[in-house]
Write a protein that binds this ligand. Sequence first.
Ligand SMILES: NC(=O)c1ccc[n+]([C@@H]2O[C@H](COP(=O)([O-])OP(=O)(O)OC[C@H]3O[C@@H](n4cnc5c(N)ncnc54)[C@H](OP(=O)(O)O)[C@@H]3O)[C@@H](O)[C@H]2O)c1
Length: 258
Amino acid sequence: MTRVSVIGCGNMGGAFLKGLARDGSYHLTAIDLDPEALAAIEEHASETTDDVAAARDADVVVLAVKPDIAEAVLEGLDLTAHQTLVTLAAGVSRGFVAARTDASVVRIMPNLAAETGNMAAAATAEGLTDEVRGILDALGEFVEIDEGLMDVSTALNGSGPAFGFYLIDAMKRAGVEGGLDPDQAETLAAQTFKGAAETVLRDERSVDELIDAVCSPNGTTIEGMEVLWDSDADEAVIDAVAAAERRSGEIAEAFENE
Ligand SMILES: NC(=O)c1ccc[n+]([C@@H]2O[C@H](COP(=O)([O-])OP(=O)(O)OC[C@H]3O[C@@H](n4cnc5c(N)ncnc54)[C@H](OP(=O)(O)O)[C@@H]3O)[C@@H](O)[C@H]2O)c1
């Protein structure tokens, strides 16, 4: 059984632990200084502790603290070359982390859907082991990228859930305006996005072909699609991702490689 220690059990570390607990094939150690964070995750971990030294027993250590304290946590860790350190910290380069540990380091950009096994993640090819691939597979879908693309990944799949929530909410509001109860409208909107996403992931056809398949001539969908095609909706989404990417780059400047 692979032993995984997660340091920092807040939003992201907690989602990682919950997702891996669902998988059931990992020994999970939750490490956090905050007793409330540990209490919140207790039922999903094999053990909880406030002692970062517990990470020495892990095969894989996940660093899930805020970027500005990553350096201080790394100073207190004493990992060996046999261990793998997975860093999730946005903007903190792989080199910055690797210079502060003997473990082999892989940098990933995950998202909170790890909790339900629906995470979209990007991982640096450098440092990516089969053990870590197994963890990422257990939590959802992942792609291997050059580290130079981490800022756009941070925007697309790290921040992306918020953009998805926004779009789902717009669909929900349309349903409510049409007379649906808010809970019903939310279920229909969210499940529709989920189904559409699943289709894009599993179907061989392109997005344009999939749209065509829903649009029958003179039907309802084409009427709605004409409105979207005539609008700047796609540009607004592209601008949102670009703004988040730009901000990721600014934050990353503080953690340049040594
Ligand atoms: N949230 C996301 O959607 C998301 C997505 C992609 C990547 N990330 C990355 O994931 C990392 C964590 O983000 P988050 O949103 O999960 O932050 P968070 O909710 O603040 O969680 C961080 C946790 O680490 C704890 N902590 C602080 N110092 C510690 C120490 N020395 N040793 C052990 N634990 C310590 C914090 O406790 P206190 O609250 O007491 O400080 C907190 O429980 C960040 O680097 C972020 O860039 C997050």
